[in-house]
Design a protein around this ligand. Structure first.
Ligand SMILES: *Cc1c(COP(=O)(O)O)cnc(C)c1O
Length: 366
């Protein structure tokens, strides 16, 4: 029996072990452990990779969303619209700034925000929009940008799952005022702990975010504003900088694996839909079947680890009971939660492993 994890961090490390070990050792030898050249180099390289003017490293993807909302000037009572089928970090940050969480349901085929519903949900109190590029795919950002402009909304792209994704040839941070990234180890670009970044083309926002994440300081003991300690660790930046030159290859491999699954799973389950304008980077390859729980249990017995992203939509989470939502409020998100299953799609996945997964899904449905 094969053993296939959902994500294989060990294989990923081994594939470029020397480069990573060297990068870490260099930081240790330099003792440049806070801010400094290794952080700066990564920020410069990631901005360039994203084709954006600024990248500001920070301590996690959650913090990146928090910084985005702070920089966007979101305060008590401001409505912030997002989707219920995301990781709770997206909405936690709305609460950090005392904003009001407002949900909009998603499209059934892509699991991304339903733009018609979004149009209807915008009110005078709506100040910001957090679009989640779930599983590595961006929705129609051109339309969303136009909508944000028409209603003067601050547009945040939660790109925690969408490194190197594109809409109409543009990566996150082009359409949005800011894009937030996570470098959590399992993400498409991951470090060896927590890490994140904000990407933007706006000089003022970039400057404000840099102040916020480092105690509002302009010099060592001169503080323009009260800020936070939300800095990205240079050791993590060095790991990310060693990995960055491989991100395009890894993304190509994810896309290649997706095509292989597309070809061989089409008759059995619903597969991810890649919209014509989108470049999907398959952080997760999400299949759908009403027999999800049975299938997951069966694959587990065959040594294949799967995941569910996410099993309970945010509006039904105990943490949000006080918001008063009930089952049926966002029916598409609720239905997706019962049917989706993430199967392994990490870059190092071999054809043999992929065939093994396909064979067992085929046997299950026979
Ligand atoms: C991972 C993730 C986050 C949070 O990132 P962390 O680095 O774990 O704080 C936020 N939003 C989405 C959509 C994510 O997938």
């Amino acid at each position: 029996m094969m053993k296939i994890p959902l994500v294989d961090l060990k294989e990923n490390y081994l594939s470029i072990k020397d480069e990573i070990d060297r990068a870490i050792q260099e930081v240790i030898d330099s003792t440049s452990f806070i801010m400094g050249p290794y952080l700066k180099t990564f920020e410069k390289n990631f901005a360039s990779f994203c084709n954006a003017k600024h990248c500001i490293g920070c301590s996690s993807g959650t913090i990146a969303v928090h910084l985005a909302l702070l920089a966007g000037g979101i305060i008590k009572g401001d409505e912030v619209i997002t989707v219920p089928n995301t990781f709770i970090a997206t909405t936690e940050c709305i609460s950090y700034v005392d904003g009001t969480i407002k949900f909009v349901d998603v499209e059934s085929d892509t699991a991304l925000i339903n733009i018609d519903h979004l149009k209807k949900a915008i009110t005078k109190k709506t100040k910001a929009l957090i679009v989640v590029h779930l599983y590595g795919q961006m929705p129609n950002m051109k339309q969303i940008r136009e909508l944000a402009d028409a209603h003067d909304l601050f547009l945040i792209e939660d790109a925690a799952q969408a490194h190197a994704a594109e809409w109409d040839g543009h990566q996150p941070g082009y359409y949005g005022d800011v894009a937030s990234y996570s470098f959590f180890p399992a993400k498409n670009l991951g470090c060896f702990g927590d890490g994140g970044a904000v990407v933007t083309n706006n000089d003022e926002l970039a400057e404000h975010i840099r102040l916020l994440l480092n105690h509002g300081r302009t010099t060592k003991y001169e503080h323009q504003i009260e800020g936070y300690n939300y800095r990205l660790d240079p050791l993590q930046a060095a790991v990310l900088n060693a990995k960055l030159p491989h991100l395009s290859t890894w993304t190509d491999l994810r896309r290649k694996h997706a095509r292989f699954y597309d070809t061989h799973l089409s008759s059995m389950v619903e597969r991810p839909v890649e919209s014509p304008g989108a470049k999907h980077v398959y952080y997760m390859y999400e299949i759908r079947t009403p027999r999800r729980d049975e299938l997951m249990e069966y694959l587990k017995k065959q040594g294949i680890s799967c995941g569910i992203h996410y099993p309970l939509p945010l509006h039904l989470q105990p943490a949000y009971r006080h918001l008063g939502f009930v089952k049926g409020d966002f029916p598409i998100s609720e239905q997706l939660a019962t049917e989706i299953l993430s199967i392994p799609i990490y870059p190092e996945l071999t054809t043999e492993q992929q065939q093994y997964i396909i064979d067992h899904i085929t046997t299950f449905f026979k």
